[in-house]
Design a protein around this ligand. Structure first.
Ligand SMILES: *Cc1c(COP(=O)(O)O)cnc(C)c1O
Length: 436
């Protein structure tokens, strides 16, 4: 590579990233304070325009907050430190924040079917790390979903589980039924004796049989953690599945994906002793001060989800079913056709015929449709990620419904199957977004 393309941000990054970084570093070199302020302003407005105003966002791990939740997101709170319990804090003058620190976890715990919710952690990665800190010791074994089945980096050795020094083994997985291989599970657990089992994934087309997995966990005394990062919004509506009712000991979740709240995470459980250990892992373990500005929009989001009942979850699921059917009708290889494609807000498309998911996602983005790649359950070991993942939660929040999914499928077909020039497709994507 040309020396001029070696930047200072991450000269170790892969070539495509290095080129982009070098281009940006060259353009941004030597700005004075006014220049930085102006550049920041342009970046912010451009970002909002591209994704919020002109793009059709089908990325599964995002959302847009409701108007009331946005109005409750007061950024000034983020720099007001708060450590310890209301009534006994390290800092004084936080009586109003006390209210939010009680309201938000109560709302989240009740909505998710738990008794206790820890809501201070800034991300689901940290929520999972808090579970490892609370319930494992370095050197212990945990069993998680394989990466090709959507097992998240934070479940695996390269992520939070590795940081805790855990030995990570892949659960046996049935790529046809898209769940843990229940026949093989009991012997597998007896062989590996994990202290903790994590299910729940970054692609969740169908529910897990949590009760059956829990029964196998009980035989070896393993704790069952359900990572609901993607499906928390459906669970909140009483749809898809209710992991804590079905036997999961602990539920971790992102608050900003299908849940539709501020960035961050929650850990929910019914057991007081487990809740205490998770809480201590969160503070003083993994946080000191934390971003308290998240609490108000989190409480509002949870309250709105509770008040709305299953309506939002049902719309997300109906839109995904409609989109899967429409995409299949346009000739795209939608995953799990034999099972009706999906029972969640996710849809997966095999992208092998379109140059793989990274290339396909770039084409779609150039045409105003934003999403990402994901592993395809059952893909060959070592094969690069092979599927495109779609989530309907954001377009549903922006008031598109099943009746609009045909139009989205046409955009995808024009970009991927017909290979049309993305510039020519972009106006149609913008028009669809503006109508929503
Ligand atoms: C997105 C995701 C996470 C991580 O969430 P962050 O908030 O980005 O840390 C964890 N688990 C699963 C299954 C996810 O999909």
């Amino acid at each position: 590579m040309d020396e001029r393309e070696r930047g200072r941000i991450a000269p170790w990054a892969p070539p495509r990233a290095r080129r982009r970084l070098a281009e940006l570093e060259a353009a941004l070199a030597g700005l004075d304070a006014d220049g930085v302020v102006e550049t920041v302003g342009e970046a912010l407005s451009g970002h909002l325009r591209r994704l919020d105003e002109e793009g059709v966002v089908l990325y599964a791990g995002t959302n847009t907050m409701s108007a009331r939740a946005r109005a409750a997101h007061e950024v000034a709170l983020a720099s007001r430190p708060s450590m310890g319990w209301p009534g006994e804090k390290f800092q004084t003058g936080l009586e109003e924040l006390d209210v939010l620190e009680v309201l938000a976890p109560l709302q989240v715990a009740a909505l998710m079917g738990g008794g206790f919710a820890e809501v201070r952690l800034q991300s689901a990665t940290l929520a999972n790390l808090a579970c490892y800190a609370a319930f494992t010791r370095p050197g212990d074994t945990i069993a998680v979903l394989p990466e090709a089945a959507g097992g998240h980096a934070s479940h695996h050795a390269q992520g939070a589980a590795g940081i805790r020094g855990l030995n990570v083994v892949d659960l046996p997985y049935d790529a046809v039924r898209l769940d843990v291989d229940h026949g093989a599970l009991p012997a597998f657990l007896r062989g590996h004796r994990p202290v903790l089992v994590v299910v729940g994934a970054s692609l969740m087309l169908f529910p897990h049989d949590v009760a059956r997995i829990r029964a196998a966990c009980d035989e070896v005394g393993a704790l069952l953690v359900y990572d609901a990062s993607h499906v928390a919004g459906l669970i909140a509506g009483g749809r898809f599945q209710r992991p804590l009712d079905e036997g999961a000991h602990v539920l971790t979740m992102s608050t900003y994906k299908s849940f539709g709240g501020p960035p961050g995470a929650a850990v929910v459980t019914r057991d007081e002793e487990r809740a205490r250990r998770i809480s201590e892992a969160a503070y003083p373990g993994l946080t000191a001060n934390y971003d308290a500005s998240r609490l108000a929009p989190l409480a509002v989001t949870a309250a709105e989800l509770a008040a709305g009942g299953p309506a939002y979850a049902d719309r997300c699921i109906a839109a995904a079913a409609a989109l899967a059917e429409a995409l299949a009708g346009e000739g795209l290889p939608v995953v799990a056709a034999d099972r009706g494609w999906t029972a969640s807000h996710h849809v997966a498309v095999d992208a092998a015929a379109f140059g793989g998911p990274a290339e396909a996602a770039r084409r779609l983005a150039a045409g105003g449709v934003f999403l990402s790649g994901i592993g395809l359950p059952g893909q060959a070991p070592g094969e690069p990620m092979r599927a495109l993942r779609i989530g309907t939660q954001e377009v549903v929040r922006r008031s598109l419904g099943p009746q609009d999914m045909g139009e989205i499928a046409v955009l995808v077909r024009r970009l991927l199957v017909d290979g049309e020039d993305p510039e020519r497709v972009l106006p149609a994507a913008r028009a669809l977004r503006r109508r929503a």
